[in-house]
Design a protein around this ligand. Structure first.
Ligand SMILES: NC(=O)c1ccc[n+]([C@@H]2O[C@H](COP(=O)([O-])OP(=O)(O)OC[C@H]3O[C@@H](n4cnc5c(N)ncnc54)[C@H](OP(=O)(O)O)[C@@H]3O)[C@@H](O)[C@H]2O)c1
Length: 213
């Protein structure tokens, strides 16, 4: 599958690498794709992942991933030709969170996932992967067992597509929470995970679902 990633930070690059290894054709995108700060990444990823503009990524991707900081996301989406995102599955990894004075969600009456769906009414937003750090997003191995990944979204076909991509990234326990309004739960779970990590010796944690034999 051709996957366009909006963003070239830790999340965008980790997912690009993981999906390319699984055989997908992937591009990441940046405000300045030719900036020298991307030189080592380009060298490391070779021809397996392209580095392009946001608009080029939106034209390329059959499925899109939003991996942008919350304060820049709306402007980037508004800068892209809407026809390029129409009828596409758009995976939303973002968290609308502030760390000033302790971690807290920026929106209590809605969620980043719902706001993104409103910004892109003709796309199918699927919220996922926001509850773990970029270092855990690909092949999440823990000696204690397999962590859980949640998905939510309004379109069942898009959620099946995302489930397949998550499996390609090494996720085996994937739970569908419901429509996009359930991204409120996922964003709260992210906050609980961040607060938990602050109290743990290991900085990389994930939640698991335990079931009795
Ligand atoms: N990092 C994690 O562990 C993690 C985990 C779960 C969810 N998330 C969420 O995933 C999203 C991406 O996280 P990240 O850590 O990869 O983000 P990031 O490194 O802060 O930003 C990603 C890229 O976006 C571009 N950017 C920065 N400010 C921008 C702006 N104002 N407008 C447009 N582009 C801008 C930058 O690339 P250029 O300068 O090259 O344009 C940057 O490399 C965030 O919403 C975050 O909350 C992150």
């Amino acid at each position: 599958m051709k996957i366009g990633i909006l963003g070239s930070g830790n999340v965008g690059k980790a997912l690009a690498k993981g999906l390319a290894v699984s055989g997908h054709r992937v591009v990441v995108s940046s405000r300045e794709p030719d900036h020298p700060k991307h030189a080592s990444w380009k060298k490391e990823s070779g021809s397996s992942v392209g580095m392009v503009t946001f608009d080029e990524a939106a034209r390329f991707g059959e499925t899109m991933i939003l991996a942008l900081p919350w304060n820049g996301l709306k402007d980037v989406l508004e800068s892209i030709d809407p026809a390029c995102l129409k009828n596409k599955t758009v995976i939303d990894v973002s968290n609308a969170v502030s760390f000033d004075g302790g971690p807290r969600l920026l929106h209590n009456e809605t969620s980043a996932g719902e706001i993104v769906q409103q910004l892109l009414p003709d796309s199918s937003i699927v919220k996922t992967l926001n509850i773990v750090s970029d270092q855990i997003m690909v092949h999440p191995h823990f000696s204690e067992g397999s962590p859980v990944m949640f998905i939510s979204g309004n379109n069942l076909e898009s959620k099946e597509q995302v489930r397949t991509l998550l499996k390609d990234l090494g996720w085996s326990t994937i739970i569908d929470l419901g429509d996009i309004s359930r991204s409120r739960l996922q964003e709260s779970i992210m906050l609980a995970c961040v607060i938990s990590e602050m109290q743990l010796p290991s900085p990389s944690a994930a939640f698991a679902l335990l079931t009795r034999g």
